[in-house]
Design a protein around this ligand. Structure first.
Ligand SMILES: [Zn+2]
Length: 275
């Protein structure tokens, strides 16, 4: 039996009642309004730390949780040359399995052949860029990272950047990126966890900034502007049930309208990537 969003075999080995967990997961999101859903943040492939998701597992999860479209990119698997060549190829092949539902973003290390990797990804139909300043050790405001954001913007690509879990101030670095590339479209992952209020204040006037909800905190989601929020799960590190429940809780606490919830679950995604 497949448990949505979790490794059922591991749970069974641990003696858990998988059917019961599935039932409980369902109950977590029973109150969320019915509307199409899209997920801006999923990794396909195998992370060096062992986390793994393949395209069949992803599509099964999407069907189970009513996710219409998903943005996919590589986990932290830069490969022997550090250029994410194999990891990006895995993501590209996954997107080809269901091109109407899966949108592939290219992942790079800004210091390792990044611009040529992006050129190749562009030729193969990639639609955006993923940067992880912490995992790759390249600060967002570094010259190499800014060069990647600039090229992505020239391609018309949005850029999703890890933001949070790094215990450092985020507002000034991201402001530096936007000052260097004012027309960039940045999606800050995890609701800029750890520095959300400062980031939101600093970037309030910039029209090209969004926050994904994956692994964010509830207290951040209720203060971040809902017109800038985009649903994300961060599979396989996160799971669908708690990601959707987080949005439901934020909607209730901050008294979002039904239109607000739709905007977070699908509308802002469609605005950035096309309906
Ligand atoms: Zn992630």
């Amino acid at each position: 039996m497949r448990l949505f969003g979790t490794d059922a075999e591991l749970l069974e080995e641990a003696g858990c009642d998988v059917a019961r967990i599935t039932e409980l997961e369902r109950s977590l999101v029973a109150g969320l309004i019915e509307c199409p859903r899209a997920d801006i943040h999923v990794h396909v492939g195998r992370d060096r730390d062992g986390h793994e998701l393949d395209v069949d597992g992803l599509l099964a999860d999407m069907d189970a949780w009513g996710i219409r479209r998903t943005v996919i990119f590589a986990p932290n698997d830069p490969g022997p040359d550090g250029d994410f060549a194999d990891a990006n190829a895995t993501v590209r092949r996954a997107a080809e399995v269901a091109p109407a539902r899966l949108i592939d973003f290219c992942r790079v290390d800004p210091e390792i052949s990044a611009l040529s990797v992006m050129e190749e990804a562009m030729r193969h139909g990639a639609r955006g860029l993923k940067l992880h300043p912490i995992a790759q050790g390249r600060p967002p405001e570094s010259a190499a990272s800014i060069a990647c954001v600039r090229r992505a913007t020239e391609f018309g690509w949005p850029v999703i950047m890890h933001a949070g879990f790094g215990a450092r101030s985020l507002a000034d670095p991201f402001l530096g990126v936007l000052n260097a590339v004012p027309e960039a479209r940045l999606i800050l992952a995890h609701g800029a966890r750890g520095d959300a209020r400062a980031v939101s204040d600093a970037l309030a006037d910039h029209p090209g900034v969004w926050f994904d909800t994956s692994l964010a905190t509830l207290s951040d989601l209720v203060i971040l502007p809902r017109e800038r929020l985009i649903f994300g799960t961060d599979r396989p590190y996160g799971d669908h049930a708690t990601a959707l429940q987080l949005v439901d809780h934020a909607a209730r606490l901050a008294k979002w309208s039904e239109a607000d919830v739709r905007r977070v679950l699908v509308g802002n995604f469609d605005d950035i990537l096309g309906a």
